[in-house]
Design a binder for this molecule. Structure first.
Ligand code: FUB
Length: 327
């Protein structure tokens, strides 16, 4: 790709991409997206239309630079425990190694999280033969804190199966809480030193309102749905996520990587397409939001394209809301 990657335009157009997790590695922005396939699928609440098989890693030398597609970095056929649906991934660096974290359905149809490693941020990645013990659901995102501890955040409602894990075991027909009960929160676990397993049981994150009350399951404008991302700004932890049914990226702030987090507001208003998914990264002096929409395919939910735009904080540390189509 030699065309400059302009803000708010598809990063690449030769493949469909979604769910971008952006990190600065080796002085470039590396983007770890899902790779949407160009096939016709029936859409349903189970997410069967998102039938992805592999990952391509992208990189950018900076704003307006051409976006490089580094080719296939991992394919489901090379992951012994995984059957299908390679959904939103993330990456981390530690121990002189790059780690790719990814969800997929196992051979029983249950979403689990896998990990693969590489000496290069662009891969190819070699998967561990088994999924991370104790892992479940979707959308892993890793924060490596300033003290070197790495935390993995994950979880998604509906097709992401989080409702089915409320007891700690997989209950096929379990339903979510009623509208007045606390919403389900994303999960967080400390990663082991070798980055390949959880240290202890995953914990549920509490997201509360300004008065300290947990957001309720019926509060669809604000409650957690999927796509967690945690970044640090001025020493505080920002948890951002998709509200799913109301199609926004919103955020909450906390003083500890495991929460609790206090709800703040909207980062990104709805995009074209049902899903919205993002990441936030600092590169040199600026902060960027990476996100996707379905504009490249004319609105097909399962054929999305990754974009980026600048993200701005106000003096008090709050984030200015972005309308992705504002002129
Ligand atoms: O790409 C498949 C799923 O759609 C992701 O895991 C969710 O976050 C949503 O973007």
């Amino acid at each position: 790709m030699t065309k400059p990657a302009e803000p708010r335009e598809p990063l690449v157009t030769h493949i469909y991409t979604a769910d971008p997790s952006a990190h600065v590695f080796e002085d470039k922005i590396y983007i770890y997206p899902s790779h949407d396939l160009d096939h016709e699928m029936d859409s349903n609440d189970n997410g069967d239309q998102y039938d992805m098989e592999d990952y391509h890693i992208l990189s950018l030398e900076g704003e307006g630079a051409p976006c490089v597609d580094h080719g296939e970095a991992l394919h489901v056929k090379d992951v012994p425990w995984a059957k299908q649906q390679m959904w939103a991934p993330d990456a981390a660096y530690k121990n002189n190694t790059y780690y790719l974290y990814f969800p997929a359905r196992d051979h029983d149809g249950i979403f689990r999280l896998g990990v693969a490693s590489s000496s290069s941020p662009a891969g190819p990645f070699k998967p561990e033969p088994a999924y991370i013990p104790g892992s479940f659901s979707i959308d892993p995102a890793v924060l490596t804190d300033d003290d070197g501890k790495a935390y993995i955040y994950f979880g998604g409602l509906w097709g992401g199966q989080l409702e089915k894990w409320q007891t700690g075991a997989f209950i096929e027909d379990a339903e979510g809480p009623s509208g007045t009960e606390p919403a389900l929160g994303p999960r967080v676990a400390l990663l082991s030193e070798d980055m390949l397993s959880f240290e202890g049981e995953p914990q549920e994150i509490s997201i509360v309102d300004a008065e300290g009350h947990p957001l309720t399951a019926g509060d669809e404008e604000r409650r957690y749905f999927e796509g967690p991302w945690v970044h640090k700004y001025n020493g505080r932890y920002y948890l951002s996520y998709s509200t799913g049914t109301t199609h926004k990226i919103v955020y909450a702030i906390g003083d500890h990587p495991m929460g609790p987090f206090v709800y703040q507001g909207t980062i990104l208003t709805p995009v074209v397409g049902w899903t919205t998914h993002h990441s936030i990264v600092q590169f040199k002096e600026k902060w960027y939001l990476f996100y996707h929409d379905s504009s490249l395919s004319g609105g097909a939910d399962n054929k999305r394209c990754v974009k980026y735009t600048e993200l701005t904080y106000d003096e008090d540390g709050t984030i200015q809301t972005i309308d992705p189509y504002a002129k």
